[in-house]
Design a binder for this molecule. Sequence first.
Ligand code: ADP
Length: 499
Amino acid sequence: YSTASYAQDLIKPPVSVEYDKLLINGKFVEAASGKTFPTLDPRNGDVIAHVAEGDAEDINRAVAAARKAFDEGPWPKMTAYERCKIILRFADLVEKHNDEIAALETWDNGKPYEQSANIEIPMFVRLFRYYAGWADKIHGLTIQADGPHHVQTLHEPIGVAGQIIPWNFPLLMFAWKVGPALACGNTVVLKTAEQTPLSALLVAKLFHEAGLPDGVLNIVSGFGATAGAALASHMDVDKVAFTGSTETGKTILELAAKSNLKSVTLELGGKSPFIVCEDADVDKAVELAHFALFFNQGQCCCAGSRTFVHEKVYAEFVEKAKARALKRTVGDPFKAGMEQGPQIDEKQFSKILGYIKSGTEHGATLETGGARFGSKGYFIQPTVFSNVQDDMPIAKDEIFGPVQSILKYKDLGEVIKRANNSKYGLAAGVFTKNLDTANTLMRALRVGTVWINCFDTFDATIPFGGYKMSGIGREKGEYSLKNYLQVKAVVTPVINPAW
Ligand code: ADP
């Protein structure tokens, strides 16, 4: 794997962590239990910081603060324009601190610094500006009912939103959740992932500097089974939004149902097909399919992890996909030109290596990679399998790592069936110059996003979410507002209907 194309440090990793406590009611506080947990540097497994470990009692405290900030104000009672201005000021502050935030994100997560600094933090800022713009554009309807009634709808915030996010995009997941919730006038308790608690605390501090009132946004670091479950089952939480595995998504839905029937949105796993059609320019298709799978160390719920290639271009595609994987730059994410850093932790690292082993055992052809990269940290060689069959675990399960599985197909009808033959339905990629093929596939694929001749286009305005077991609801864009609003119908008789 190429390590030659970079030489110098792009930036030195930070040396210390400023915010490692829970953020409740505008103050950084220890966990009620006094417990902490270590968060690790995925480059080497070293401890970055010991972070306050929230559990049910801290969730209670955070929910009480969010409840008060909602019920007594000032947040939902402010004018929408005032909320908008605070969110815009926050976006400006994040932009000003772009590089510092990016460095912390990379340190805790392992993703390339250039990706954090040049893509993710700017997207974070864009998302908050987008939702700030919505704050004063939320309104209901006047409805022509039968009979002498004046009917209108009020679109009101739901109340206290509990939000549980994963570790693969700690800040973007923060933005997708917190942006629309606050723009609509809700208050929030956010449970970050135990692997990546740090960046949320830093940006939440900036939010308060921007004028966010105490209690509106509370951050509880901690584990899923304790803090996360307490949030999902809390009787005073009106809505829960979750991103993570399908298995945990089911638990969240169950906890919500068993407690107070809070409304639930889920963004879950995927096994997205990336379909390379017979007319494809193979070089371009290889590059896009590579990006679709390997981006973010393969740790994307929508990763194009079933690369279906038409038999006419299959042999050439496999050879070039292998060459591209061999060229991928892997190494310290703080170095310039790095495309791939370490996986998030030991658990994911071992799971991915387990899938690679299973691919070989089930008879797929290992074209390249297949092992750990280097000798410390959680790096994995970019791995490519060809001759993958639909019933192999590597073609069915979400691997969440840098493992590309290439499958051969003969015709469009067949690939549609095979692509749809999955419990997931998050996204799909289509690579073709043929308009008829594109039109057919975009309608036939049972997924929440179809990217045609592009992939991972995550504009703030575009809705994202899953069909089937990939989730419930949509995030980003105008669609996300629905998750955070109640509709109240108001009916009054019209005294003089003749008028
Ligand atoms: P992963 O296996 O990739 O860590 P999870 O779905 O388990 O994915 O985790 C995503 C988020 O869900 C994390 O913040 C995690 O702490 C949280 N979580 C895990 N288990 C539960 C649970 N039983 N209840 C609530 N939240 C949970």
